[in-house]
Structure formats: C-alpha cells, structure tokens
Design a protein around this ligand. Structure first.
Ligand SMILES: [Zn+2]
Length: 417
C-alpha cells in the first residue's frame, strides 16, 4: 500500500520541520537578528546584515548571485536559477516552488524599498539541505562548494548592491522576459470532471455529468484559444484521470508561466428542486452544503486504480497551512468573476462563491476553481445542460471571467507594468 503511493509532497513536511528549526535558531538570537551573512563562491564575496523589517531575519535575494545563481525580479516576486533548477518566490508568500515542487518557509518572502528579501531560514537551512553537494552553511557564512553549477555559469557575475543602495532589484535587473519579447501566453488548464467508469451525477433522463462537462470544456477550450490563451485539457475523451494527477499535469504544463486551473462539474442532489450555479475555491468547508459538494467530487477517487486513502490527512494539513496563501486569494477572486458572468445568463439561483477541500484543486499550484454549472438532478436544468445554447453561454461566461481576471490582476500575466 505504501509503495503504491507517491512520496508525500514536501510542502507539509517542510512546514513542520521548518517551524522546529526556526524556533531553536531564534532562541539563540537577540532582537537585532542573527548578524551578517557572508555569501561566497563566485566573484567577490558579499556580506550583508540581516534585515528585520518584518520582525524576522531576512537577506536580499540578490546575495545568491555570489553562489552563481541568476536572480531575476518578476512582477509578482523573484525567480532564482540555480544549476538546472528554478526557484520561484512571490511577494508576501511563505510558499515557493523549486524545480516545480512546492515548499513552505516559516515566514513569507517580501519586498522592501524595491529589494526582494528571503527569510533567513532559506539561507541557513533550506539551501544547504536541498543542495548538500553544492552549498554549505556555517555560522555567518554560506559557501558554494566546488565551482559554479553548470547551468548557471552564463549568469552575470554577481554585483553586490552598493551599501544603502535603494534602487533595488527591480530597477537594476533585467526583467525575466527580455524587453521587446512578448510575455508567454497565460496557460488555462481546463479539467472536465469525472470520465470513464466514473459518470459523475446522472440526471432524471439519464444525462451524465461526465459527458456534459466534457462538451462544455471543449467549447471553452475553443473560445479561450481564440482569445490567445494556451489551453490544455486534463482529458479530451471519456477517460478517468486520477484526481491527484490532474493537478500534477497542470503544474507541469505551467512551468513558471502564469496559469489558471478550471475544474468543470455539474451538481446533483436528491431534491430535484435544487438549482443554480456555484463556484468553489480551495479552502476548508464552512457549511454542510460545501462539505456535501466536496465529498461528492472527492468521491471520484473510488474509481481510481490505486486510491490513496491516506491523502485525506495531507488534505487537512495542506488546507490548514494554506489559509493565507497567495493562490487562495486569487482563486477566490476568480470564483467571484465566474459567478458574476454566470449571473448574466443563467436562469438558476446564484448560489455564490463557496469554499471546500477539493482533492482536484489541492495539487494545482496556481489559482484554481471548481465550477458547478447547474444541477443535472433538476429536470429543467438537465435540459439546459444538454442544450447547445446553454453550453455556449457557459463557455463564454467562463472565458469572460478569465479575461477579467487577467485584466484586473496584471501581476498574474507576467507583463511588466
Ligand atoms: Zn462532479
């Protein structure tokens, strides 16, 4: 059983581990922080004092250039290229990705005076552990072992910022995308729910959720592609994809581009009068009805070949750790936009933005929502769901919400502004 399960993502572990280590470290620190850190390896060593802007020690991201890393400012944060790996940090978030995998620090990265700061924990704990062959930490010193890592040797030699230099990362560094080159098209991953042996909800006349959501998803893919998005679908045929794999696929497709994840579903209950549309983002359910929908959609796992029965524990941990996550706020916004667009054409009840713990959303590290188009259990809405008119309207409404999202949040498009 344990062997069938992929390794637990590092997210939770690092959070727990990190908390313990940060405590033991900070107990030995006075209020001014841990003192200067010398970073040495490529070019002149740099020495920087610990910044205490947020009450915990942090160092500027640019100091990692002395390890041969390339450090680029992005609109939302900072991207660090070390060897073959890309580490991506966002302003205000303790979460980051390294080579596509999620990690969590005890404290968030932040920007101050135009300089991007990374928590002390990254320098003294995470980097030396993640790259034991290449990076060593001793009190006050972070050192590159051997030479600069191969893929980073083209990086410009590190230039320590002048003392007190306020111009900061953003002003001095080239943007991640060279000027004059268009930013990559944002990715939109469309995830038609269910499929194969899992029919989803079934309507009074036999309409199956898995078929409806695939039809709407295909229409949506066409509309979004026409509008210039890079569109991927987790399935295009009547097949079952494991819930956990759907998010993994999305992360791989995204790389370091901006991206959104849209899971498309239809609702169903025994009360045939229930009707309307609702959009969920990932968080802990607050109401019985939210829990009901999450259980209904998470139940798809019973059709999987190797159901990962212990994953509910992961879900709980991740949810409790994600409350302030950057993506959660963006997902909430996106859910609101979908509801607004649906209210313009949908004849059913606007049931609003809701939150619950969906397995399919947990693994997607990007703004992600789950849309319940209508109730297939309601005879009138079952007819609607099967109609081409409704499917086109629903696809257009979702595409409009995606447009609005990127208009209102240019920081997610990767465009410099
Ligand atoms: Zn569903």
């Amino acid at each position: 059983m344990a062997t069938a399960r992929p390794p637990r993502p590092p997210l939770v572990r690092s959070a727990l581990l990190g908390a313990g280590i940060a405590l033991s470290l900070s107990s030995g620190l006075h209020a001014q922080g841990p003192g200067p850190l010398q970073v040495t390896g490529v070019g002149e060593p740099v020495s920087v004092g610990a910044a205490m802007h947020r009450g915990y020690p942090a160092y500027p991201a640019w100091t990692l250039r002395a390890l041969g890393a390339r450090v680029d400012a992005t609109p939302a944060g900072t991207r660090i290229f070390f060897g073959a790996d890309t580490l991506e940090f966002m302003v205000g978030s303790p979460f980051f990705t390294a080579a596509g995998k999620p990690w969590q620090l005890v404290e968030p990265a932040y920007r101050e005076g135009g300089v991007f700061y990374l928590p002390h924990q990254l320098f003294v704990e995470w980097l030396p552990r993640a790259y034991p062959e290449q990076i060593a930490h001793a009190p006050g010193v972070l050192r590159l072992l051997g030479g600069a890592p191969a893929a980073a040797t083209t990086a410009a030699p590190p230039k320590p910022a002048p003392a007190g230099g306020g111009s900061g990362d953003t002003a001095r560094r080239p943007p991640a995308t060279p000027l004059g080159e268009p930013a990559p098209a944002p990715l939109v991953v469309i995830d038609p729910g269910h499929g194969g042996v899992d029919p989803g909800r079934i309507g009074p006349t036999g309409l199956r959720e898995k078929d409806i959501v695939l039809q709407v998803s295909k229409r949506l893919a066409r509309v979004l592609a026409e509008r210039g998005y890079d569109v991927r679908m987790t399935r295009t045929t009547d097949t079952l994809i494991d819930l956990d794999d759907r998010g993994h696929m999305a992360n791989e497709w995204r790389g370091s581009r901006p991206g959104l994840f849209l899971s498309v579903h239809a609702n169903g209950v025994t009360d045939r009068r229930a009707n309307g549309f609702e959009t969920f983002f990932l968080s802990e359910a607050r109401t019985e009805d939210e829990r009901r929908v999450a259980e209904m959609e998470n139940a798809a796992v019973v059709y999987e070949d190797n159901p990962r029965v212990t994953a509910d524990d992961d879900l709980g941990f991740i949810l409790s750790g994600l409350r302030n996550d950057f993506y959660i706020r963006a997902s909430n916004t996106l859910a609101g936009l979908v509801q607004r667009e649906f209210s313009d054409f949908h004849s059913g009840v606007n049931r609003g933005v809701k939150q619950a713990g969906f397995r399919v959303l947990v693994r997607a590290f990007m703004p992600a929502v789950l849309i319940e188009l209508a109730f297939v259990s309601n005879p009138a809405e079952e007819r609607l769901l099967g109609s081409g008119r409704f499917q086109v309207d629903a696809a257009t409404a979702i595409a409009d919400a995606v447009d609005r999202f990127f208009e209102e949040h240019p920081e997610w498009t990767g465009a410099t502004h």
